[in-house]
Design a protein around this ligand. Structure first.
Ligand SMILES: Nc1ncnc2c1ncn2[C@@H]1O[C@H](COP(=O)(O)OP(=O)(O)OP(=O)(O)O)[C@@H](O)[C@H]1O
Ligand SMILES: [Mg+2]
Length: 216
């Protein structure tokens, strides 16, 4: 389970979040809505340990990751996966190299098996040798998801991963990614502008208003 409490973030004297609280049960998918500039990405970045805050604590599966605004665990040790809006795949690396990037310490055999099973999970078997530019936007987002899931994170953060895709592809991918995350019981937070997308994807929805989170 993830619990974020009393998060307060400001930039240059302007307060973005103040007393923001959020809990996500293990295996649940939570959608975070809010106007542009309301602090959605900042909240995710703090949970990942990438953003500083005046105050705020993060507990994930019983472990303190941040306490009263101080990060106690480094981002790379948090066991948190992230997927962003622009498919952040490395353009000069193949799909195999992209997905296995975070599990490079494993043997060649384990990596090969792991990548094959992740590609099966995202319904893109056999594309190990392709480069990102040879894939559609939706396919690139599936590969980004596979990469984020490769080291079995305890929490997955998705920051508008569908918003650069056209509507027809988006609806299908939203459904598919939800079913992949549910199959693997990955606790997840999706940031989106789109209320319909939030409803189709998440078990629970909250909205940032007046610097705080309100659960619908
Ligand atoms: N590193 C930074 N330095 C200064 N201001 C920042 C920084 N990061 C974010 N902000 C400001 O904090 C506010 C919240 O930004 P944030 O990116 O969290 O919003 P958001 O809800 O994700 O918006 P969007 O929906 O447009 O992505 C914005 O006003 C933004 O300009
Ligand atoms: Mg944002």
């Amino acid at each position: 389970m993830l619990s974020v409490s009393n998060l307060s973030i400001s930039f240059d004297e302007s307060q973005v979040l103040e007393g923001f609280n959020l809990s996500v049960e293990s295996g649940d998918i939570f959608a975070l809505l809010g106007d542009s500039g309301s602090g959605k990405s900042s909240a995710l970045r703090f949970i990942a340990g990438l953003e500083n805050a005046m105050n705020g604590s993060v507990v994930l599966d019983g472990a303190d990751l941040s306490l009263n605004g101080v990060h106690s665990v480094k981002p790379e040790l948090r066991e948190i996966g992230m997927v962003f809006q622009d498919y952040a795949l490395f353009p000069h690396m193949t799909v195999f190299q992209n997905i296995s990037f975070g599990i490079d310490h494993l043997s060649k055999k384990s990596k090969t098996e792991k990548v094959a099973s992740l590609l099966e999970l995202i319904s893109l078997k056999g594309i190990e040798k392709k480069y990102p530019h040879q894939l559609s936007g939706g396919e690139q987002q599936r590969v980004s998801l596979a990469r984020a899931l490769a080291n079995s994170p305890k929490l997955l953060l998705l920051d508008e991963p569908f918003s650069s895709l056209d509507k027809s592809h988006r609806d299908e991918l939203v459904k598919d990614v939800r079913s992949i995350l549910k199959k693997q019981s990955v606790t997840s937070i999706l940031v989106t502008h789109d209320e319909a997308e939030a409803k189709a994807f998440a078990d629970k929805i909250g909205k940032i208003e007046k610097k705080q989170l309100f659960i619908n």
